[in-house]
Write a protein that binds this ligand. Structure first.
Ligand SMILES: Cc1cc2nc3c(=O)[nH]c(=O)nc-3n(C[C@H](O)[C@H](O)[C@H](O)COP(=O)(O)O)c2cc1C
Length: 198
């Protein structure tokens, strides 16, 4: 029998930065707890932006055959999802937003094609930011929650880590890394439970 799989989506355009570091810790915790995890970086995907053509309203699938389309198929088969992202102008970076926009076929399947909703699978996000911005993180949180829920994931873990700015800030904080690794293990316990029930 295959082990439950968590997809870990890295949203930063900056490789090896704070959100990547915390996502790697989270994934290590997921694996500690006995689930599998696949790390995917939005910045590595080659894909077209959603052009709002409405093609998915009739077919339930994007008209584009590319990495985003393949990613969505992997997401359909996953048992859990964690997204890690920096806050950019109170939202998420363009490269991650472009991947989220390509999740519109999930919306179309439910709200245009009337396909039955699947029971929600566990979901998590980890947001990092420098802080000091009066607009906070609510924009990024709403965007992530909206896309995750449309794709059939609940938001069980909402991690906000403010005060991280230099690329090594998270890596230098051993306590933070240990805390996030433990969060990953807790999250995976829910993933294992959910997969056993399905
Ligand atoms: C274009 C841009 C916009 C940013 N906007 C915000 C913001 O609105 N709020 C905030 O707290 N930090 C903001 N930051 C800081 C990043 O969130 C911070 O440096 C973060 O640690 C980067 O994460 P990463 O290392 O995973 O890329 C911004 C950074 C950039 C480059």
């Amino acid at each position: 029998m295959r082990r439950p799989l968590v997809i870990a989506l890295a949203g930063s355009p900056r490789p090896g930065g704070n959100s990547d570091c915390l996502l790697e810790e989270f994934v290590a915790g997921v694996r500690d707890a006995g689930a599998d995890a696949d790390l995917v970086a939005a910045r590595d995907l080659v894909f077209a932006a959603c052009d709002g053509c409405g093609g998915c309203f009739t077919s339930g699938r994007c008209v584009h055959r590319d990495d985003a389309d393949a990613f969505l198929e992997r997401l359909d088969a996953a048992d859990g999802l964690v997204v890690a992202s920096p806050v950019y102008f109170a939202g998420v970076p363009a490269v991650l937003k472009a991947v989220l926009d390509r999740m519109q076929p999930c919306w179309a399947r439910t709200y245009r094609l009337g396909q039955p909703r699947r029971p929600k699978r566990p979901g998590a996000y980890l947001l990092v930011g420098a802080g000091g911005d009066p607009f906070g993180t609510a924009g990024a949180e709403a965007t992530l929650s909206s896309a995750m829920q449309v794709c059939g994931f609940s938001v069980d873990v909402a991690g906000r880590f403010v005060g991280l700015d230099g690329p090594d800030d998270a890596r230098r904080d051993a306590d933070l890394r240990a805390r996030v690794r433990a969060m990953g293990a807790d999250f995976a316990a829910g993933v294992l439970e959910g997969a056993a029930r399905r």
